[in-house]
Design a protein around this ligand. Structure first.
Ligand code: MN
Length: 288
């Protein structure tokens, strides 16, 4: 039996803030008490909507900082991001590429516009998502997955509608990313009016970020920078898209464990947060 998942929350953020001097973002998901249950395992999402940067001799971005207890996933849509971390991971993420960094027990990294993009300037668009790690994996070894556009399966849903399977599966097609909990992650780019139906497990959480175009669902139309968060009940999400549409679709089994989030650390208890700060200050998360 198919049952549609209904919208639980929908909102836009009108407020942009700077992350370092390179990422001008809308903070669209945060681990609040209201949202946690319906967005878990996802904890945070920042959307750097398309923005023009002039050419610059200096790279814009965020300097060295730590993470523990999560994975940070960076999706480049326009422009290039360059990354280095203390576990030896690093590289340039180009349009269509995804970088999946498991902070686990802890690392430090920096995130900048690439040299080439900085010199040339241009339009920059990116998403950064934080995924919670289950308690049993919080202190796993740091890991880095570089997922290039060409490794991501692309499925045509219509003549001009493409779905990319970044993680999990879509109709048996597997995405390249390895995950610690069950996650399906797609993006959809469409240049036509199209009905889309996605099947997800009953009880799973589903979040959609609309980056451009229009999405029609439950007799309402939502536009760019809108977040939709769905009820856990139901096994299908169905909507219509139009007008040069682009969205990121996140689905996952909720991690039903306490969350204490502070700055770059997401743990299960306050004591573990204090420990993270001390370990970082004592250099236990490494250096660049
Ligand atoms: Mn970071």
């Amino acid at each position: 039996m198919n049952a549609l998942k209904k919208i639980k929350y929908s909102y836009r953020s009108e407020q942009k803030h700077w992350v370092g001097d390179g990422f001008h973002v809308y903070g669209l998901l945060r681990p609040t008490d209201d949202l946690n249950k319906f967005i878990s395992p996802f904890v945070m999402l920042d959307y750097a909507s398309p923005k023009e940067f002039s050419s610059s001799k200096q790279r814009r971005g965020v300097g060295e900082h730590p993470h523990r207890g999560i994975e940070t996933v960076t999706f480049a849509y326009q422009g290039e991001v360059e990354h280095r971390d203390s576990s030896g991971g690093g590289g340039v993420i180009k349009p269509g590429d995804v970088q999946w960094m498991t902070a686990g027990s802890g690392l430090v990294h920096d995130e900048y516009h690439s040299d080439e993009f900085s010199k040339k300037g241009g339009t920059f668009e990116m998403v950064q998502l934080w995924i919670n790690l289950p308690k049993r994996n919080k202190m796993t070894m740091p890991k880095y997955q570089e997922i290039s556009n060409q490794d991501i399966p692309k499925i045509l849903l219509g003549e001009n509608t493409e779905l990319r399977v970044i993680a999990g599966t879509y109709k048996g097609q597997k995405g390249p990313s390895s995950t610690f909990s069950e996650i399906n992650m797609y993006d959809i780019i469409s240049k036509e009016n199209k009905k889309v139906s996605l099947k997800f497990k009953n009880g799973s959480n589903t979040v959609i970020l609309i980056m451009c175009g229009e999405l029609e669902i439950e007799n309402q139309t939502f536009r760019d920078k809108n977040i939709l968060i769905f009820e856990q009940e139901g096994n299908e999400v169905a909507f219509k898209v139009a007008n040069d549409f682009k969205a990121l679709i996140l689905n996952g089994d909720p991690i039903d464990e306490p969350i204490v989030a502070h700055g770059p650390f997401v743990m299960n208890t306050k004591e573990e947060i204090y420990k993270a700060f001390t370990d970082y200050q004592n250099g236990k998360m490494g250096s660049l």
